[in-house]
Design a protein around this ligand. Structure first.
Ligand code: HEM
Length: 403
């Protein structure tokens, strides 16, 4: 029998699977090695999209201006969640010139100078939380007593979210960032958050403080951005500040605890910490499933495949961070690794706006723990640590430690 002239292309079904610790999602790992530009169908939305996993291909797609985020708005592109996480109007889903304008508005807040100024204050907060934890244990749940509160304090102060509102914001965060939240529930939570930040910005227009929401409120009053843009910016920054850093830094602590030899060397020479943080960022697959797609505005060649105009493309940064063409023995943690820069914060125009902040928080938290807890160890067998499932950002539910 002769094969059909146009056989149906292979489409891989990819649903997020519950994964403990730093276990890598098997499908993208296999595709990285066997089919680096592949068609995938995710649990929600329609049709299929391309998934790009190799380091150089991911960089190419993430920096090509012919791939649009704005064109994803209103399209039922196959996706990991039933509702889109980033609201239209946000930086994540804008193209130039809107994207450039929005990034410029927040650049000073997250720039190197502001971050340097924030370091001493973050160190003091971390030290106070460490002392409080020491006073209350052992054992202690470090995610609850140390990492989570530090992220919440820094985010609340930088953005200007009143500390009294943080619990409410944390509840919304859990609702929005779950793979299990239905489309209707997701939309209703997002409406509530939007209302909250719109009110807060209105208040800050009349009573400005030294914080980002006050700056954005002033920019809106001057006509530099709209209310929906302001709201989605505030939501995105708050959710990232509270959730992404809490999860990845808790996972970093776990990884250090289960690699005692490498951690002992780091403890002996803390100057190596910035490089170690980068290796942890490379090594930890921080996302459950994949993030936001892009839509091709022209036919684009990538990794020997032609992505046609109008097709959706995902890049998977955690896979690029394990590319054997770029990293020696990529699935191994090596805190002394000095190879290509990782892509954990993305690449190109949409490179993470909070990367300096996340790095700063991670460095300060790990340095404080190494200095204050010379005998830090897991309080339970590491296999018994419970990991979040069905969430966008992976991380431990709790991090029980002793000292
Ligand atoms: C370690 C923690 C974090 C990781 C691993 C991380 C990673 C990422 C990644 C992979 C992207 C997407 C790149 C793309 O769309 O191609 C991103 C975008 C973004 N992140 Fe982060 N992030 C972290 C923490 C933060 C923090 C603390 C903030 C701010 C408070 C933040 C704010 C943003 C914003 C605003 C964007 C959208 C940028 C744009 O589309 O132009 N992130 N981040």
């Amino acid at each position: 029998m002769t094969p059909p002239e146009h056989p149906d292309p292979v489409v891989h079904d990819w649903a997020p699977v519950p994964l403990p610790a730093t276990d890598f999602d098997p499908l993208p790992h296999r595709l990285l090695h066997e089919e680096p530009v592949a068609r995938v169908r995710l649990p929600h939305g329609e049709g299929h999209a391309w998934l790009v996993t190799r380091y150089e291909d991911v960089k190419q797609i993430a920096s090509d201006p012919r791939l649009s985020r704005a064109l994803t708005v209103g399209r039922p592109i196959t996706s990991m969640t039933p509702h889109t996480l980033a609201p239209p109007g946000g930086v994540g889903r804008a193209d130039p010139p809107d994207h450039t304008r929005l990034r410029k508005l927040i650049a000073p807040t997250f720039g190197r100078r502001r971050m340097a100024a924030l370091r001493a204050h973050t160190e003091r907060t971390a030290d106070a939380l460490a002392l409080r934890t020491l006073g209350s244990g052992p054992p202690a749940d470090l995610a609850e007593t140390f990492v989570g509160p530090l992220c919440a304090t820094v985010t609340a102060e930088l953005l200007g979210v009143p500390a009294a509102d943080l619990d409410r914001v944390q509840e919304w965060r859990a609702g929005v960032l779950s793979h299990e939240t239905t489309a209707a529930a997701g939309e209703s939570v997002k409406k509530e958050i939007a209302g909250y930040f719109a009110d807060l910005a209105r208040h800050r227009t009349d009573h400005p403080g030294d914080d980002l929401i006050s700056e954005l409120a002033a920019a809106r009053a001057a006509g530099a951005l709209s209310t929906p843009e302001l709201v989605s910016m505030a939501v995105m920054l708050t959710l990232n500040g509270l959730d992404a850093v809490r999860n990845i830094v808790s996972t970093m602590v776990y990884v250090l605890l289960v690699h005692p030899d490498q951690t002992a060397r780091l403890r002996a020479d803390p100057a190596r910490l910035p490089r170690a943080v980068d290796e942890l960022l490379r090594y930890i697959p921080q996302r459950g499933g994949v993030g936001m797609p892009r839509v091709a505005t022209a036919d684009i060649e990538v990794g020997g495949v032609t992505v046609r105009e109008g097709e959706a493309v995902y890049v998977f940064y955690p896979a690029a961070n394990r590319d054997p063409a770029v990293y020696t023995d990529p699935d191994r943690l090596d805190l002394d690794r000095d190879e290509a820069p990782h892509l954990a914060f993305g690449h190109g125009a949409h490179y993470c706006a909070g990367a300096q902040l996340a790095r700063l928080e991670a460095e300060v938290m790990l340095a404080t723990l190494l200095a204050r807890f010379p005998r830090l160890a897991p309080a339970v067998e590491p296999e018994r640590i419970v990991w979040r499932t069905g969430t966008v950002n992976r991380g431990p539910e709790t991090l029980p430690v002793t000292w």
